[in-house]
Design a protein around this ligand. Structure first.
Ligand code: ATP
Length: 500
């Protein structure tokens, strides 16, 4: 059953408050009313995010013999950003409302208008609007773009007026200064993408790792963008994390690799549990300054299909410019064809935070059941019960097993802690003895724990426990000796790798 846009918005608001209430994501420095588009990950959020990052790292680096890892610094020589084109070209067209002084990205204003048209059933009008916008953006025709805003009667959400400034480009890089003395300080940037750390280390890694083309370098790290409009929770942040891989290939073979990586990466998202109908490719109409082909993998969030990963054929743009600006050759000698060349690059770049958000949206479940309640006078009435749980892939779940003693006495807590000892070195396990077992199940459902293990009086004699499955709520009795292999099998990354 598909939801209406307002139901979708409702679900999204529920997911945001769930994320906060149960320790996944908090607004940054909330006691000071927060900082726009900056978020902190809580006790379960950090586990989930680490699991996503670890899964990506294993898939890209450990399962591919020709891909190695790197951890480059956030600060880089300022010329890096000249060579990459970010100083001159990393900007978005923006416009200010003169009455409210509020700043907007022009494409966001027009996209919001298109969403309104779709909600009103005017899909063709929305399509034409987006097409026109893309054409004007590609030509950087800001005068006609502004006219388009006016003819569409787009107004500021705050002042409700269309009293707009001219459209201008706004650079998204954050800058700061390095050096103790103000006059001698040099302006440096917080990296807006992790990719450049890979490019400037291309020859170091190629030589130290004796890498042969085709090969890749992968990296996970923070990136910073002064996004004009902070929207949609952790979808668009000013500080976020990217998981990027640059694949160096012989010139002329880049399209073959581009297509291969497109297929490989969409399979990864499907293996995470995203249904096929919630994923799609979106080819770029306006190619970035460095690319000769580019596609996004989009996931259908409650607010629509949006990018979670970009795959770009970056040609030799970056290495060629680094060679020109640094004066250091960035060439590779290919023994198979006896030639020196600057390699071409295919990039896969996925946001850790956007993947996290997609995983949260995909796993949030509300299950309603009808229950018949018998009153004291014998009459029966039917009640609707809602169970909320996160149907996370077990390998991503923050906590793998929760262990409960049925009661807080008679040696049951000691037995439960013995079981923890068996499991805790390999799995993230928690112990819980407060409240009723039912309430403890509910708490674990809310954070997506796939298994709950209860130790009862019988355990002391039969050395068996009750294990409860989060998704089916089924309970079965299993010997303590089989717990390790049962859990290990269910939470292994192998379950995902088998689908790749
Ligand atoms: P968008 O068009 O949504 O601004 P982009 O095309 O600029 O994204 P890329 O430069 O291709 O994004 O970055 C690669 C990935 O990094 C994106 O697919 C996304 O997952 C992530 N990413 C980019 N910007 C942000 C951000 N502001 N907040 C969170 N994740 C981001």
């Amino acid at each position: 059953m598909s939801l209406t846009p307002s139901e979708d918005r409702n679900v999204f608001l529920k997911i945001i408050s769930h994320a906060k209430e149960y320790g996944f994501v908090f607004p940054s420095s909330e006691i000071y009313d927060g900082l726009a588009a900056v978020y902190d990950y809580g006790e379960y959020g950090v586990e989930l995010k680490n699991n996503i990052k670890q899964l990506w790292w294993k898939t890209m680096v450990h399962l591919n013999e020709n891909i190695v890892g790197l951890d480059a610094a956030i600060f880089m020589h300022p010329l890096t950003w000249k060579a990459s084109g970010h100083i001159d070209g990393f900007s978005d067209p923006m416009i200010d409302n003169k009455d409210s002084k509020k700043r907007y990205r022009v494409d966001h204003l027009l996209e919001a208008k298109a969403d309104e048209l779709i909600e009103a059933g005017k899909n063709t009008d929305a399509e034409i609007l987006l097409q026109t916008m893309n054409q004007l953006l590609a030509k950087e025709d800001f005068v006609t773009l502004k006219t388009l805003l006016e003819t569409e009667k787009i107004v500021c959400q705050v002042s409700k007026t269309a009293n707009w400034t001219e459209i201008r480009q706004f650079n998204l890089m954050f800058s700061t200064e390095v050096g103790a003395v103000a006059e001698e300080a040099n302006k440096i940037y917080l990296r807006p993408e992790t990719a450049q750390g890979i490019f400037v280390n291309f020859l170091n890694v190629q030589k130290s790792g004796r890498m042969k083309i085709p090969f890749g370098i992968a990296q996970i790290g923070k990136a910073f963008r002064n996004e004009i409009v902070a929207r949609q929770f952790i979808f668009r942040m000013r500080e976020f994390e990217q998981m990027e891989m640059q694949f160096f290939v012989r010139p002329g073979t880049e399209m073959e690799w581009y297509n291969k990586w497109k297929e490989t990466r969409i399979k990864w998202h499907k293996a995470l549990g995203f249904p096929s109908n919630k994923l799609k490719f979106h080819d770029h109409e306006k190619l970035a300054h460095y690319a000769n082909a580019a596609v996004d993998i989009e996931y259908e969030f409650p607010f629509g299909f949006k990018e979670i990963e970009g795959i770009h054929s970056r040609t030799d743009f970056d290495l060629k410019n680094h060679q020109a600006l640094s004066g250091k050759k960035q060439q590779y000698f290919d023994p198979e064809i006896n030639q020196n060349y600057i390699p071409y690059v295919v990039e896969t770049s996925v946001g850790a935070d956007r993947t996290f958000l997609a995983v949260m949206c995909n796993s949030y479940q509300e299950e309603t059941t009808q229950q018949v309640i018998k009153a004291e006078d014998g009459t029966e009435k039917s009640e609707t019960k809602t169970r909320i749980f996160l149907k996370l892939h077990p390998c991503l779940a923050p906590i793998k097993v929760a262990i409960f003693p049925l009661v807080k006495k008679d040696g049951l807590p000691e037995k439960a802690k013995e079981i923890m000892e068996l499991l805790k070195y390999d799995f993230n396990v928690i112990y819980e003895e407060r409240d009723s077992v039912g309430k403890r199940y509910t708490r674990q459902d809310l954070i997506g724990t796939p298994f709950c293990v209860t130790v009862d009086y019988e355990t002391l004699t039969d050395q068996a426990v009750t294990i409860r499955d989060r998704d089916t709520t089924e309970q079965k009795r299993v010997p303590i000796s089989s717990l390790y292999s049962l859990i290990s099998d269910a939470v292994s990354f192998k379950r995902i790798f088998e689908q790749l």
